[in-house]
Design a protein around this ligand. Sequence first.
Ligand code: NAP
Length: 281
Amino acid sequence: MTAHIIDGIALSKQLRADVAKRAAALRSRGVVPGLAVVLVGENPASQVYVRNKVKACEDSGLHSVLERYPATLSEAELLARVDALNRDPAIHGILVQLPLPAHIDAHKVIEAISPAKDVDGFHVASAGALMVGQPGFWPCTPYGCMKMLESIGYDLKGKHAVVIGRSNIVGKPMALMLLQKNATVTVCHSGTQNLKALTLQADVVVAAVGKRNVLTADMVKPGAVVIDVGMNRNDEGKLCGDVDFDGVKEVAGWITPVPGGVGPMTITMLLVNTLEAAERG
Ligand code: NAP
């Protein structure tokens, strides 16, 4: 069997076209959805991420502001900027690119963002809303994974989903979203014993670890849906996921590639969240 590919680029295109349409409708009512992206320091990966986010906004008719600061910016100065953006009516979404320099408490900064503008979905209020099933912003990466499952018409009710990884930004919210759709969810982490015995029972596996070949063909139930969140480099320096794609695609029913899978969806869901923040007013 060769798995169907869930194409994150094609799905992103569809969703971004919808964002552009809704953004145009808002503009006609005098509201331009606006995202502020704050970058502190010179982390090369972060610079690429923020550029991509700003460009994606422009392409979809969203207003974006990129604020760049040197790594020497103090925590108090950054908190003051966040406060100003919270009060800026032209800004509907605020994203502070992580990681922050070591002298800045990232948690404190995230908590300073107004929950109404927390389009990354990292604020404790957003996490709590997801936990209790109330409206709020969902973290973009797991939200994108849910959209990918939705795009193939996958009904999660009663299915066994195994999430590998329990970070606050991917694994844990992913588990809660799957649970909300009535899957039976198992969350695995570095202390999990016999991961393979668990993944072999899974109808859906989401790998969010950050290590190559965490999931290999012998660990996958035939026909399962495999979503690869990981971003790693292979021996040739090329981007790859956590999943042994070539092997697993011969066993799985559906699989997301890396690159071209979850990555573009993450940025797309940031646009969706920003648009929704503007629509909520
Ligand atoms: P993270 O905070 O480092 O969390 C990794 C998780 O994997 C932890 O919960 C860890 O367990 C678990 N883990 C480590 N080794 C394991 C093993 N051998 N077996 C099972 N679980 C293991 O990472 P993250 O921020 O969630 O990101 C995960 C990956 O997704 C990274 O490659 C990251 O670059 C990528 N990512 C991609 C996107 C995208 O847009 N495509 C967005 C975000 C993240 P413990 O909790 O026990 O340490």
